[in-house]
Design a protein around this ligand. Structure first.
Ligand code: PEP
Ligand code: MN
Length: 337
């Protein structure tokens, strides 16, 4: 059920409505919109529920939520959610730009990346400390040492840190260092992990599984939201198709589609979405034109010698160039970057 509160509702009435929802055995999630505050009441519905909720003071309207995902649905919140984590803000008119290497390799490398992407206008630093690699023989990341280096880079540049958490048992450790917990494509349907990040107070960047449908993607986000964490960004990073000219197929129609279905902001990853450095600038511009709220890009001071994903990584010069060109596209669609 969506409980739409009256405009300018008193805090006391809101608190009372929340208690009322709880007393009916449902879980209340308060969503603050620009015009209205609503409560998404999730849980078993019984007869007379609508009438009972409608009678509460400050309540304007009670409506059913039709989508299978409840808190993520646009039905409950008309305006796009703005997710803020330190220097990163995603969902407003300024695009959030997360840039940095695929993996953290050493102090010199992450510092060069951090200073370089900041100078070009990035608003957050990415870098994997725990890496999900297809082969167990590939570089698996520096783990806690990598997290420490990311924290140093944040200290030096002020950039928020976006880094992946691979396993439930690492959530506490990664959350101690990161501003944004990245859930990788391979883990999009790891429900225990989604529940665990849902219990943290860190923003979450949820990547789409390479074979996940939009509904599965949104229901994965719902796991995090229903755990009490409202700071969720969705990331389109490409899907698996029969096509082999790109590493994955990057469907940009995801952006306008999701915008009709959810209030959560949408980030696009043209690096993993294409798998080729030369395609990344064009697809970055296309993502901005499609209306994304943010971008995540792999950038390294020396892509040819990157420990992972060098073939899809931009150099610092290429990144600065795409930022400059991206600003023009952003302006054309009423945004800044
Ligand atoms: C990454 O961001 O480096 C990564 C492993 O991404 P994905 O989970 O989308 O493959
Ligand atoms: Mn990568």
């Amino acid at each position: 059920m969506i409980i739409v509160m009256q405009p300018g509702v008193a805090e006391a009435d809101l608190a009372e409505a929340v208690r009322h929802v709880e007393s009916l055995g449902m879980k209340p999630h308060v969503l603050y919109g620009v015009e209205r505050t609503v409560i998404a009441a999730v849980g078993p519905e019984r007869d007379g529920l609508k009438e009972s909720l409608e009678a509460a003071p400050g309540v304007a309207q009670v409506l059913p939520i039709l989508a299978p995902y409840k808190i993520a649905s646009r039905e409950v919140k008309k305006d796009t959610s703005v997710i803020t984590a330190g220097s990163l803000s995603v969902g407003g008119t300024k695009l959030g730009v997360i840039a940095g290497p695929c993996s953290v390799e050493n102090e010199d490398q992450i510092m060069k990346a951090a200073h370089g992407v900041k100078a070009a206008g990035a608003t957050a630093l990415r870098g994997g400390a725990f890496k999900p690699r297809t082969s167990p023989y590939s570089f698996q990341g520096l783990k806690e040492e990598g997290l420490k280096l990311l924290a140093k880079a944040r200290e030096a540049t002020g950039l928020a840190i976006v880094t992946e958490v691979l396993a439930t048992e690492d959530v506490g450790l990664v959350a101690d260092y990161a501003d944004v917990l990245q859930i990788g494509a391979r883990n999009m349907q790891n429900y225990r992990l989604l529940e665990a990040v849902g219990k943290t107070n860190r923003a979450v960047l949820l990547k789409r599984g390479p074979s996940a449908t939009m509904e599965e993607f949104l229901l994965a986000a719902e796991y995090v939201l229903s755990g009490g964490n409202s700071q969720v960004m969705l990331c389109e990073r490409g899907i698996r198709t029969f096509e082999s000219h790109t590493r994955f197929t990057l469907p940009l129609a995801t952006v306008p589609y999701l915008q009709t279905k959810t209030h959560l902001p949408i980030v696009v990853d043209p690096s993993h979405g294409t798998g080729h450095t030369y395609m990344v600038p064009s697809m970055t511009l296309a993502s901005i034109a499609a209306g994304c709220d943010g971008l995540i890009l792999e950038v390294h001071h020396d892509p040819a010698h990157a420990a992972s994903d060098g073939y899809q990584t931009l150099s610092l010069t290429q990144f600065a160039d795409v930022m400059q060109r991206g600003r023009k596209v952003a302006e054309a669609v009423g945004k800044t970057m």
